[in-house]
Design a protein. Structure first.
Length: 297
C-alpha cells in the first residue's frame, strides 16, 4: 500500500467510520452485559478473536510469533490487556456509556503525561501542555458530578479510568521495548492469548457466567470479536502504515464524541452539562496533544 504524506478524504472517512465503531462498541458491551457476566464475556471475546487471528495469520502466511524471546514481553502485554478489559467491562456494568467513553478515551492524556518524564524527545511544549490541562479538567468535571440513581457510580467511573491507564500502559511498554518491532498481528495474538486464559480464570470470582442470555447478546459478542478485537485492530494498524501517525491520532477525539452520542441515541442516556462540557474539554485537549509541532525553518 502506498504511503501517504498527508490525510486525504479516504483516510478521513475510514477513521471516522472506525471512531463510530469504537463508540458503538461501548454501547454493545453494555447491552451484552445483560446476557453475559462481564469478565466471562471479555474472556469469550479474547478467545474467539484469538481463533480469528490464528486463521488470518495462517491465511496471510504470518508466523505465529511463539518464541522464547517473546515470552516476557508477551506476558506483560497480556497482563496489561487483561487489566484494561477487566476494568472496562466492569465499568460499563456500573456507569453510563457516556461517562465511560469520556474517561476511557482520555488515555492519550495520561500517556502524554508519563511520556514527558520517561521518553526522550517527548517533553511537552506549550500547546500539548495546554491540551493536557484541558483534557484533565474535562475528566475531573465528569468525575465531580454528584451521582443520582443507579445508572452511574464513582466506582464505575474509576474502573473506566483504570481501563484507560491499562491501555496507556500497553502503549508505553510498546514504546520502550523492542517487541514494538514485531508485526501487529503477533503483538495482538499475545495479548489475546494471555488475556483469554486469565479472564476465564477470573470469571468465576464475579458470579454466574451468564445472566438473561438471548440471541442479541451473542450478536453483540460477534460484533466485539470481528469488528473490534480482531479486524478492527488490524484496520487501525493498516491506517497507521498508510497515513502519518499524527494525522491518524488526531481523529482520536471522535471516539468519545461517538460514544456519548450513541449512548444517548441507543440507550437514551441523559446528557447533562458535565457530559457536554467534559466532552468538549477532552476533545479539544486531544486535538492539541496530537497536534504536530511546527518545525522552525
Amino acid at each position: 500500500m502506498e504511503r501517504k504524506s498527508h490525510m486525504d478524504l479516504a483516510g478521513a472517512v475510514a477513521l471516522t467510520v472506525f471512531a463510530v465503531v469504537l463508540g458503538l462498541n461501548q454501547v454493545v458491551i453494555k447491552l451484552s452485559n445483560g446476557g453475559f457476566q462481564p469478565i466471562f464475556m471479555a474472556g469469550l471475546r479474547s478467545a474467539f478473536a484469538f481463533l480469528v487471528m490464528q486463521a488470518w495469520m495462517r491465511y496471510r502466511g504470518v508466523h505465529h510469533g511463539i518464541r522464547r524471546d517473546l515470552l516476557f514481553p508477551g506476558l506483560v502485554l497480556g497482563l496489561l490487556f487483561t487489566f484494561e478489559f477487566v476494568c472496562l467491562y466492569l465499568a460499563l456494568d456500573y456507569t453510563t456509556v457516556s461517562r465511560a467513553s469520556i474517561i476511557f478515551y482520555s488515555m492519550p492524556v495520561w500517556l502524554t503525561l508519563v511520556a514527558h518524564f520517561l521518553l526522550p524527545g517527548e517533553q511537552m511544549r506549550a500547546p500539548r501542555a495546554l491540551g493536557l490541562a484541558l483534557a484533565m479538567a474535562g475528566v475531573i468535571w465528569v468525575l465531580a458530578k454528584p451521582y443520582e440513581g443507579a445508572e452511574a457510580s464513582l466506582f464505575g467511573d474509576l474502573l473506566a479510568l483504570g481501563a484507560a491507564l491499562g491501555w496507556g500502559g500497553i502503549a508505553l511498554f510498546l514504546r520502550l521495548h523492542p517487541v514494538s518491532q514485531e508485526r501487529p498481528e503477533v503483538q495482538l495474538l499475545w495479548q489475546l492469548g494471555v488475556s483469554m486464559l486469565l479472564l476465564f480464570a477470573l470469571a468465576p470470582l464475579f458470579g454466574p457466567l451468564t445472566r438473561d442470555l438471548a440471541p442479541i447478546h451473542w450478536a453483540g459478542l460477534a460484533f466485539q470479536v470481528l469488528a473490534v478485537a480482531s479486524f478492527g485492530y488490524l484496520f487501525w494498524f493498516m491506517l497507521l502504515k498508510i497515513y502519518p501517525t499524527s494525522g491518524v491520532a488526531s481523529f482520536s477525539f471522535l471516539s468519545p464524541v461517538c460514544g456519548v452520542a450513541l449512548g444517548w441515541l441507543v440507550l437514551g442516556e441523559e446528557i447533562g452539562p458535565e457530559i457536554i462540557g467534559g466532552l468538549c474539554l477532552v476533545a479539544v485537549g486531544l486535538v492539541l496533544i496530537n497536534r504536530k509541532p511546527r518545525i522552525p525553518r
